[in-house]
Design a protein. Structure first.
Length: 357
């Protein structure tokens, strides 16, 4: 039997029950989620679903991230609410692929962990099941494990196994609706490559990969959450007489409105602006402080600093532990007025941390 899998929380308890109810079936877990945005979230959900399959002794296959085809399939349905026609197409898309996969493997039964999700309609899924039976001759197994305390047991199973819990269904269009009251929708922000922002999906992916390493090494751990002050830089632009100045803006740099600033005081390759507490730092100083060899500002974007390095520079340059002063790296200082526009959000957030025993 091919069990289409959407995420670890829905897959875990579902597969456990499926194994009990179909002891003679060889179940293959087929993770197929081309609807997931962004790709790092797809990898994260796949990683954790694979982990739970391995725990349950179920073979795991990760399907293609067929994102463009999925976008084409739901075209025109972008604004549909959850459980509406976009979601029906989304289920069709996944279940048809699962049915094709089953045929390819010579299997004649298909089911899906979507049946476990309280956010998904059983009626919708069952009617798609009838279509794939007609089209592919593959039987859809519509088990309902949500009944008789199943949802509660599913949550306990997820907690016991410290599974990754996403907080949105998965697609680009759903995020807008499901997170519209959030100040920052992180899933819609793409940092430049290789820079990992705190509490971002990329950080979570790294976190869950590290957790797997602990499990491989048989190290006991517990996942807990901590609160912290997060930051996202949304825009940083510096010009002088309409000429754009190459620069790099450090984490936690904040000003509440555009400012025209000139360097008033210089010391040790640090320039102190005449307003808004702006601090300019020469690239050479960064190289010296962090033992780097950046030749120009562009280099920093290609080989970004680590967040810890940015915070270290801020700490060394500013005199307060809680500094939000804009710290801007320039190749050279000039005796000009810099027009600075920084749009940034500073907000309470939380992230998961590992406690090792
Ligand atoms: S909200 Fe969820 S089910 Fe609906 S289209 Fe998006 S990913 Fe698919």
């Amino acid at each position: 039997m091919i069990a289409h899998l959407c995420c670890s929380v829905d897959a875990g308890y579902f597969l456990k029950r499926l194994k009990e109810d179909f002891p003679d079936e060889k179940i293959i877990g087929f993770f197929y989620d081309p609807n997931i945005h962004p790709y790092s979230e797809f990898k994260l959900r796949s990683l954790d679903t694979k982990r739970i399959c391995e725990k349950l002794g179920i073979n795991y296959v990760e399907g293609d991230y067929n994102y463009e085809a999925w976008l084409r399939a739901v075209k025109g349905k972008e604004n549909e609410p959850e459980k509406g026609s976009r979601c029906s197409i989304c289920f069709d898309f996944s279940l048809e692929e699962a049915a094709r996969f089953a045929k390819e493997k010579g299997d004649n039964k298909v089911t899906t962990s979507l049946l476990m999700s309280p956010m998904k309609s059983h009626e919708q899924l069952e009617s798609i099941g009838k279509v794939i039976k007609r089209k592919y001759g593959v039987k859809f197994i519509a088990v309902d494990y949500r009944k008789k305390g199943g949802t509660q047991a599913q949550q306990e199973f997820a907690k016991e196994n410290q599974m990754y819990r996403q907080d949105y269904c998965g697609c680009l269009y759903g995020i807008w609706q499901q997170k519209e009251n959030q100040e920052i929708i992180d899933e819609l922000i793409s940092p430049y490559p290789f820079f990992i922002l705190p509490a971002s999906i990329e950080e979570r992916l790294e976190f869950y990969e590290n957790r797997l390493k602990l499990e491989d090494e048989n190290i006991k751990y517990k996942i807990i959450k901590e609160n912290f002050l997060n930051y996202r830089l949304l825009k940083s632009k510096i010009t002088s007489k309409k000429t754009v100045i190459n620069h790099y803006t450090l984490f936690y740099s904040y000003i509440d409105r555009p400012q025209r600033v000139r360097i008033e005081t210089k010391k040790d390759d640090i320039g102190y602006g005449n307003r808004a507490q702006v601090i300019f730092v020469k690239l050479g100083k960064i190289n010296a402080l962090l033992n780097k060899t950046y030749k120009n500002i562009k280099d920093i974007y290609i080989n970004p600093l680590k967040l810890e390095e940015e915070l270290m520079v801020r700490k060394k340059i500013t005199k307060t532990k809680y500094s939000l002063s804009p710290v801007i790296i320039l190749e050279e200082f000039e005796d000009i007025r810099y027009d600075i526009e920084i749009e940034a959000k500073i907000y309470p957030d939380n992230r998961e941390i590992l406690i090792k025993f």
